[in-house]
Design a protein around this ligand. Structure first.
Ligand SMILES: *Cc1c(COP(=O)(O)O)cnc(C)c1O
Length: 353
C-alpha cells in the first residue's frame, strides 16, 4: 500500500544504543521521546533493543501504547485538567508547571492508591512552558513539599521550541543552581535535572562535566540530527525513515500553465519558470499525508514542483533516460515534520524493514 513510510528498525536500534551509551558516559540518562512516530509499538521495541528503558510522549493516547515491560513512561506535555485520571493511570512521571494541576494530580494519585513522580518545569527564556520567576518557583515549591502522593524528583527545562533560544552552559547551569537553592531551603533531593531535548546535545558535547543528568530525546534518536543546528550527531543514522509514493501519471507537458493564473487551491500564487516541454510525473501523495517542502527525492534528477491535497507533481525533465513509468515508486528522504505528519496521517502505511 502506497504511500508508505519505510522504517529501518535496525538503524533505530543502533541510534538508541550509540546515543544512550554516549550520554551515559557523561552521566546523563536518555529518555526516548516517541511522539514523532506516535509511539508505534515496533519502533518502541527497536529503541528498547538498543537499551532504552525510559520513554516519553506528549499524548496519553501514545503513552498507552508503550508496554510497561519496555520501561517507564513520562508525559511530556504539561497536562490538561480534564485528563488528570489518565495521567496518573498511564504515566509514571509528568512534567508540570501549574500548582492547580499538581494538586489535582496529587489527589488523583491518592484516589488510585499510587505514587506519581513530577518534574517541575522552569522557563529559562524560551517562553513556552515553565515557571519564569524565582519567587514563583519558591512559592510553588513550598506547596509541593506538603503533598502526600507525589514524588517531586527534579527540575526540567525546554529550549529552542517556541522562542528558538539555544541551550548553553549558562542557562542550563541556572537550572542546576535553582535546584541547589531549593535543596537547601526545603531539604529535598531533587535528583533529576532534565536539561531539555535534542537541541541540548551540542552543549552536552562541548561541556566537560554537565550538571544536567537527563535529556529527553526525540529527533536525534529518530533522525540522527541534533536540533540546535540540524547537524548530524556523533555518526547517528539519518536514513531510518523514507517516504515511498507511486507514480500515477507520466507525461511531457509545458512547464508554465496555459491561461490566466490566479491563486491555487490553497490560496497561494505559484511562480513558474519556463523551461519548455518537460517530463512531468504525478505521484499519489499529497498535503493530507505530508508537506512537499519537507521531502527530498532520493533521485537527484527529480525536482518537486508542488502538491495539492492528494497529488504531488515532479519535474523529471533531466531523467528521461531513467524512464520512470506509471506504477513505479519514488522514494524521498524525510525531515522531522515529514515523519510527524506521515505517522499522523491515516492514509500513509508503514513498512517495517
Ligand atoms: C518534543 C519534546 C521533547 C523532544 O524534543 P526533540 O527535539 O525531538 O528531541 C522533549 N521535551 C519536551 C517537553 C517535548 O515536548
Amino acid at each position: 500500500m502506497f504511500p508508505r513510510v519505510n522504517i529501518k528498525l535496525d538503524a533505530l536500534t543502533q541510534n538508541a544504543s550509540i546515543l544512550r551509551n554516549y550520554l551515559e558516559e557523561k552521566g546523563i540518562s536518555t529518555v526516548a521521546v516517541t511522539k514523532v512516530f506516535g509511539a508505534d509499538r515496533q519502533l518502541v521495541e527497536a529503541y528498547h533493543k538498543g537499551g532504552i528503558t525510559q520513554f516519553a510522549d506528549a499524548r496519553i493516547e501514545n503513552l498507552r501504547r508503550i508496554d510497561q515491560e519496555y520501561g517507564t513512561r513520562m508525559l511530556l506535555r504539561i497536562p490538561m485538567l480534564s485528563e488528570v485520571p489518565d495521567v496518573v493511570r498511564y504515566s509514571d512521571s509528568s512534567l508540570q508547571s501549574e500548582l492547580i494541576m499538581i494538586e489535582a494530580i496529587d489527589q488523583e494519585a491518592g484516589r488510585q492508591g499510587v505514587r506519581h513522580q513530577i518534574i517541575l518545569m522552569v522557563d529559562l527564556g524560551d517562553l513556552r512552558e515553565g515557571i519564569f520567576y524565582e519567587k514563583d518557583l519558591y512559592d510553588i515549591a513550598a506547596r509541593i513539599v506538603q503533598l502526600e502522593n507525589l514524588d517531586w524528583i527534579g527540575l526540567g527545562t525546554n529550549l529552542t521550541c517556541y522562542g528558538g533560544v539555544l541551550p548553553t552552559d549558562e542557562n542550563l547551569n541556572r537550572l542546576a543552581d535553582l535546584a541547589e537553592g531549593l535543596r537547601g531551603r526545603f531539604g529535598i533531593e531533587l535528583p533529576v535535572l532534565s536539561g531539555g531535548n535534542s537541541s541540548s546535545l551540542y552543549v552536552t558535547e562541548r561541556t566537560k562535566n554537565p550538571r544536567w543528568n537527563q535529556l529527553r530525546i526525540g529527533e536525534a534518536l529518530a533522525l540522527g540530527t541534533e536540533a540546535a543546528f540540524g547537524e548530524r550527531f556523533i555518526g547517528l543514522n539519518t536514513d531510518a525513515f523514507t517516504l515511498e509514493a507511486e507514480i500515477i501519471e507520466r507525461k511531457i507537458k509545458p512547464s508554465v500553465p496555459i491561461g490566466q493564473v490566479e491563486k491555487n487551491a490553497f490560496g497561494e500564487s505559484p511562480v513558474f519558470l519556463d523551461r519548455g516541454d518537460r517530463v512531468r510525473l504525478i505521484v499519489a501523495v499529497g498535503r493530507q499525508d505530508v508537506d512537499a517542502d519537507d521531502l527530498v527525492p532520493e533521485d537527484p534528477c527529480l525536482e518537486i514542483l508542488g502538491a495539492s491535497s492528494d497529488h504531488m507533481i515532479l519535474d523529471a525533465g533531466d531523467c528521461i533516460e531513467s524512464g520512470f513509468q506509471v506504477g513505479d515508486t519514488i522514494r524521498f528522504s524525510m525531515n522531522y515534520r515529514a515523519v510527524l505528519r506521515a505517522f499522523t496521517s491515516a492514509y500513509v502505511s508503514r513498512n517495517y524493514i
